[in-house]
Design a protein around this ligand. Structure first.
Ligand code: 13P
Length: 339
């Protein structure tokens, strides 16, 4: 297949009506935090057991089109000794891979951060592709305060995101471009809207400068919400602010916008996605690429015990199904009571 055909096929497989992405690419320190919260020690064996279990959920592909993996998982075997990427492909789910190398302070911009991982990226992409990965993810973060994010932080992260996306497309791997505007802090929804608009504008300028083909990428942004110390907005307010910003700065050529959950509860993130999809048709598919909001209930149900496997799988299936309904505005909170 030509590179162009590979990219087109992966976009078609990833961006599907009623489906979204499961982000299961927590780094070793992050998954350790999640496991500690449910009383489990994070070891290679426990990570393998948990991830193998959830990826084997019967009919997961009804609502999940792709799974983002961490490097360790891409090379792991399932509990039945099938390579994890193969296990996913056999279910009709596209395997993807987180390729950024984490983040750290941006020099001369106190409090801002920059994401690492461009050096040697092309060679890593070739290796990941040989292991079965067909799409990739890179996360940049933007903190909100009175003065943050600085212009340096916005421009530097936008540049790096675009260079990553260009490298991915050259390798026949669909890039998920994730500029996360963090929910931490007491800022208002209007301040979040202002920062999101600026960040997305700079990201699309950089993508244009690096000749990234917008039709062959996916955007993974934050919804526009107030900071978590500022009190909640209604789903209708979140939907209105999010779409107002996106309609201004996200080109219609982008096939899919797949939101991160970013610290929203599972129910909130489903309700907000539903409200966004209730405001009429938009130029892009509006879906989910949730980590915590899909997995939290499954992790609690599993609690490190293989005997709880089926409970964990049904907890994941439930969130995937409800978010699948929210893709077309057909979710309602009373569905939370169904199993
Ligand atoms: P959350 O949905 O937990 O924010 O995770 C999504 C993700 O992939 C962060 O990079």
């Amino acid at each position: 297949m030509s590179i162009e055909d590979e990219l087109k096929t992966t976009i078609k497989d990833l961006v599907q009506t009623h489906k979204g992405i499961l982000a299961a690419d927590e780094s070793a320190p992050t998954i350790a935090k999640r496991f500690t919260a449910v009383g489990v020690e994070s070891t290679e064996a426990s990570r393998r057991e948990y991830r193998s279990l959830i990826f084997s959920t019967p009919n997961l592909a009804d609502h999940i089109s792709g799974v983002i993996l961490y490097e360790e998982t891409l090379e792991q075997l399932s509990l039945d000794n099938v390579p994890i990427p193969e296990l996913l492909e056999n279910q009709g789910i596209v395997p993807g891979i987180k390729v950024d190398a984490g983040k750290g302070p941006l020099v001369n911009a106190p409090g801002d951060e920059i994401t690492y991982g461009l050096d040697g990226l092309s060679a890593r992409l070739e290796r990941y592709k040989a292991l079965g990965a067909r799409f990739a993810k890179w996360r940049s973060v933007f903190h909100i305060s009175g003065t943050q994010p600085s212009n340096q932080a916005i421009n530097a992260n936008a540049e790096v995101l675009a260079r990553y996306a260009a490298d991915c497309q050259a390798a026949g791997i669909v890039p998920i471009v994730e500029p996360e505007v963090l929910i931490d802090g007491p800022h208002s929804i209007e301040r979040a809207a202002q920062v999101s608009e600026e960040v997305l504008l700079r990201v699309f300028e950089s993508l244009h400068r690096h000749h990234v083909t917008l039709e062959w990428m996916v955007l993974k942004p934050s919804m526009v919400t107030p900071g978590k110390d500022a009190g909640k907005a209604t789903p209708e307010q979140v939907a209105e602010a999010t779409l107002r910003v996106f309609r201004r700065v996200v080109p219609a050529a982008v096939p899919g916008i797949m939101f991160l959950s970013g610290g929203q509860t599972p129910e909130e993130s489903t309700e907000n996605l539903n409200a966004i999809n209730s405001l009429g048709s938009q130029p892009w598919e509006l879906s989910f690429s949730y980590g915590r909001a899909l997995q939290e209930p499954a992790q609690k149900a599993w609690a490190g015990q293989l005997v709880n496997g089926e409970k964990a799988q049904s907890a994941l299936k439930k969130r995937a199904r409800l978010n699948g309904l929210a893709r077309s505005g057909r979710y309602s909170p009373d569905m939370e009571n169904d199993n």
